[in-house]
Write a protein that binds this ligand. Structure first.
Ligand code: SF4
Length: 84
């Protein structure tokens, strides 16, 4: 099964919960928001204006690590774990 992790970075408030529970895949950036490690920028052009700052990472289900916990711990619900 393929797992897709999606980060709506634009609405991240930088609480640090994701990096705390799943440091393998999440790290805090010096701009105060979280980064999805190795996540692909899905909207390179769109977010030049500051909108649609969305990153995606595909994983095999065995590599999901604590991303379910990261999704549950995010207070603004900007992390999505989709199982396809
Ligand atoms: S848990 Fe959500 S709001 Fe907090 S740093 Fe991570 S992505 Fe941002």
């Amino acid at each position: 099964m393929v797992i897709k992790i999606i980060h709506e970075r634009e609405i991240c408030i930088g609480c640090g919960a994701c990096a705390m529970v799943c440091p393998k895949h999440w790290v805090m950036n010096s701009d105060g928001k979280a980064d999805l490690k190795k996540g692909d920028d899905k909207n390179k052009m769109a977010h030049i204006g500051g909108n649609d700052d969305v990153y995606e990472l595909e994983l095999n289900d065995k590599d999901i690590d604590n991303n379910d916990e990261a999704e549950k711990s995010c207070p603004v619900l900007c992390i999505h774990v989709k199982k396809e």
